[in-house]
Design a protein around this ligand. Structure first.
Ligand SMILES: [Zn+2]
Length: 464
């Protein structure tokens, strides 16, 4: 990864306004020369594409640079020689023994119907499908996918190339001794580091979109800082974020953004920073620069809720109509919404309990326990004594017991005492282990100083 070139490039674009391209002054001689050049280039192009019909990649490389160089100027002159030479480009090259046939999968296509359509030997298909698991991907085709069949002079199938997706292809080739062999080919991704930043005016989502972030990248950012910042309640206009993320390229085309490798979020004057670290076991997680986990040992809310229908504290009980302490938080949600274990632990109770209805209690070590009430049903396989991981589903929202509508009643206890789940200070998940400490600092230092540089640039620009 070439971090330096990325930095200088982006740095410059921040300070220097984009230079306007000089408009060329056209003379008659220029125009004549241009037309002549284009005519020659066009003819060469057509010849090249005709001969190279046998090789898609050759056509690709031949066409790519020309397209990008000629811009809009090519369109008109190229159209008439192209028409004249149209036949030549569809006729297979004479001197080549093998030809490639490119087929786009149509709606409802199976490989058998494609074989039938192009009069390929069904015995070959049978042999290919008998190669086992590797060719089982050929059973479920999707419209728009591309097949390339290599045929010899007699039209017999020699090889087949199938783009499973942009990252993976299947190549099947005929063996000289008979039969076929298949292999999967992974296209290597080229990683670069991208940078985005934004200031929130109305919503994080809008600010992220303006910064050119994908939805997935915005959700990643929320996932990283969601432990410290409540994105539904805490976000204010003027809050700011910046992030470095991997950009994955395939043959020069961007395939995907992410994961985020370092990020900063300032909310209501408080700044949080996170950096991604992968340990020796290959497990990646986000940490503060001093090695504390960005995650907490407990989820703040164990359910995707529509609204908080009742908070912790004294209130008039909706069904008993008595002033009573409400020892948890009620999250209104649709019946059947999954309820997640707030933290790692062991199920200590599962069953019906008076007004609670169907309830689950999880014990998290010696100090903490959480309770989930009014469930519609329990998750299968999650019973008393079972270990659960943070975020695992333990049941579904309902209105069993004393409840006016479907909601999750959630309680949080520390040493047996009820605490407000919305405000209780949650313990951090495990920090960087001592043995990885040095490695952590070594691997994250560069990313953090890169983030620093961007932040400083921004501050400098704002002050000018
Ligand atoms: Zn409640």
């Amino acid at each position: 990864m070439d971090y330096n070139s990325f930095l200088t490039r982006d740095y410059k674009s921040l300070i220097t306004p984009p230079r306007e391209a000089k408009k060329p002054r056209w003379t008659r001689l220029h125009v004549l020369l241009l037309v002549a050049v284009i005519l020659v280039a066009g003819t060469v192009l057509i010849l090249v594409s005709g001969e190279a019909a046998a090789s898609k990649s050759a056509v690709r490389t031949a066409l790519k640079p020309d397209n990008s160089h000629n811009n809009q100027r090519v369109t008109i002159p190229l159209s008439f020689p192209a028409l004249e030479n149209n036949e030549a480009s569809t006729t297979p090259a004479i001197d080549s023994e093998l030809t490639w046939l490119t087929v786009k999968v149509k709606t409802g296509d199976a490989l058998a119907s494609i074989f039938n359509r192009y009069q390929l030997n069904p015995m070959d298909l049978h042999q290919i499908m008998s190669l086992g698991k590797i060719t089982s991907t050929l059973k479920s085709l999707h419209p728009g996918q591309i097949f390339r069949f290599q045929l010899d002079k007699s039209g017999q199938l020699q090889a087949l190339e199938y783009e499973i997706n942009r990252l993976e292809s299947l190549i099947v080739s005929r063996l000289p001794e008979g039969g076929f062999e298949a292999r999967a080919v992974q296209h290597a991704l080229d990683k670069r580091i991208g940078y985005s930043e934004g200031t929130i005016n109305s919503s994080l989502f809008e600010a992220g979109k303006q910064a050119g972030m994908t939805d997935a990248l915005i959700m990643e950012l929320v996932g990283i800082f969601g432990w410290d910042i409540d994105f539904a309640l805490d976000i204010r206009s003027g809050d700011h974020f910046s992030l470095l993320f991997e950009e994955q390229y395939l043959e020069g085309q961007k395939v995907k953004d992410g994961p985020i490798v370092a990020a900063e979020f300032t909310s209501q004057g408080r700044t949080y920073r996170a950096v991604r670290y992968t340990n020796a076991q290959g497990r990646s997680d986000y940490y503060s620069p001093d090695g504390h986990s960005m995650r907490k040992a407990f989820l703040r809310t164990p359910v995707d809720f529509r609204r908080i229908s009742s908070r912790y504290g004294k209130r008039r009980h909706p069904t008993l109509n008595k002033l009573k302490m409400h020892k948890g938080v009620d999250y209104a949600a649709k019946r059947g919404t999954p309820i997640k274990a707030a933290g790692d632990g062991k199920i200590s109770f599962q069953g019906r309990k008076g007004g609670y209805g169907r309830v689950v209690i999880i014990q998290h070590g010696g100090r903490y326990s959480t309770l989930y009430a009014h469930m519609y049903r329990f998750k299968k396989g999650k019973y008393v004594g079972k270990r659960v991981k943070q975020g695992q589903i333990i049941g579904y929202v309902g209105s069993s017991g004393r409840a006016t509508g479907p909601h999750l009643h959630y309680e949080f206890r520390v040493n047996g005492t009820h605490r407000n789940p919305l405000t209780v200070k949650l313990p951090d998940a495990a920090p960087i282990q001592r043995e990885y400490r040095q490695d952590f600092e070594l691997k994250t230092r560069g990313l953090l100083s890169q983030l620093d540089m961007h932040t400083r640039t921004r501050v400098a620009l704002n002050n000018n």
